[in-house]
Design a protein around this ligand. Structure first.
Ligand code: PMP
Length: 369
């Protein structure tokens, strides 16, 4: 099997699996219990928080705030947006965002629009300097800015530290939320609220986090037993949290290796005819989106699957439905219909890339004949 769909999900690493197993058999106590087993679970959570706070900033000083454990980035994004906006009144305030957000952000934005908030969704294809455009759109009435660090379909990225710094300079009251699912451990991050997901970094599904900067007040989505400082009721999944910490510590995907794989892929693709590259040089190197003109995405995807090669069509989240994201990134409808997304992990090799391109070439021969 050649797995090239790591933006959809990743295989849990060995250290994560071991940590989950260990916590399940030895530290299965309820973190709220007063006995030893409860304390041990509390300690696992405290240690994981420390690791995550240090990891999210990418090496500088740790993030100045708290970590809220969630079920994944869908919950983190919903909590960030609904939890921060619930104290504002519509009509006077606006929200700045992008036209390329994941549905767990864009659908919440639509709810805000229905509640008569003004929502600005900027499309990267209309700007030379997209980070600058987002900053320019912020004014004294902007309550919230929500933007993804790295787009899941093409790898398009913004300069998050610059965005955060300059938005705060323009309006210190604007809450900055970053969906960092595809950027965590890969690009420098900053923000008031930052969402991440475990299963994109070789941890398990069902665990994610929302980083909340000190002083930022959000209201909970879930009420009940008051766990996690009343911000998310429900018994904490200590096993999954232990797995997340282990995966963060073990993560070793480096930019150089991904750049090498991307270079190899572009070289191999250049030998084939009628290919459009939808991820330019500024995109993150572990995600490459391209169109094999004349071969619809699904045909290509299943043909590669027959050879044991797993890739994605445009976006795994939209399952064949047109999302509009590729259009907002400047990809024509025709090219979007035959778009393939390849996303690497540190385990992939140039041989994987060559096998992929051979599979593409053979499929082209069969379909375009
Ligand atoms: N945001 C982005 C950018 C994503 O790629 C994804 C997953 N496809 C999500 C949010 C949702 O993450 P989760 O699967 O953890 O809910």
């Amino acid at each position: 099997m050649i797995y090239l769909d790591n933006a959809a999900t990743t295989k849990p690493c060995e250290k994560c699996v071991r940590a989950v197993n260990e916590a399940m058999s030895e530290s299965f106590g309820n973190a709220s219990s007063l006995h030893n087993l409860g304390t041990s679970s509390m300690q696992i959570m405290a240690r994981a928080k420390k690791t995550l706070l240090a990891a999210v900033t990418g090496g500088k000083s740790p993030f100045d705030g708290n970590v809220l454990f969630t079920s994944g980035a869908t919950e983190s994004n919903n909590t960030a947006l609904l939890g921060s906006m619930s104290r504002f009144r519509p009509n006077t305030l606006k929200i700045v965002s992008t036209a390329i957000e994941h549905p767990s952000v864009s659908k919440v934005l639509t709810r805000f629009e229905e509640d008569e908030f003004e929502v600005l969704r900027l499309a990267p294809k209309n700007y030379e300097d997209f980070t600058g455009a987002l900053i320019d759109a912020v004014d004294e009435n902007t309550a919230l800015l929500s933007a993804m660090a790295v787009n899941n379909e093409t790898g398009f990225q913004i300069d998050v530290p610059r965005l955060y710094r300059e938005v705060k300079r323009k309006n210190p009251k604007t809450i900055v939320h970053i969906d960092a699912v595809q950027g965590f451990l890969k690009v420098p991050l900053d923000g008031d609220l930052i969402s991440i997901s475990g299963h994109k970094i070789h941890s398990t599904k069902g665990i994610g986090a929302l980083f909340i900067r000190k002083g930022e007040n959000i209201l909970p989505l879930l009420s009940g037993g008051g766990q996690q400082n009343n911000l998310r009721s429900g018994t904490e999944p200590v096993e999954l949290i232990a797995g997340l910490e282990a995966a963060v510590k073990a993560y070793h995907g480096d930019r150089e290796k991904f750049s090498e794989l991307k270079k190899c892929l572009l070289e191999e693709l250049s030998k084939l005819s009628d290919i459009g590259i939808n991820s330019d040089d500024d995109c993150i190197p572990n995600i490459v989106n391209f169109s094999v003109r004349g071969v619809r995405s699904e045909i290509m995807l299943h043909s590669l699957e027959e050879r044991g090669i797993f890739v994605s069509s445009g976006s795994a989240c939209s399952r064949g439905k047109k999302s509009g994201v590729l259009d907002a990134l400047g990809v024509s409808d025709k090219d979007a219909d035959c778009a393939i997304r390849v996303s690497f992990s540190a385990e992939n090799t140039p041989d994987d890339v060559r096998a992929l391109c051979e599979g593409i070439s053979k499929t082209i021969e069969r379909v375009r004949r």
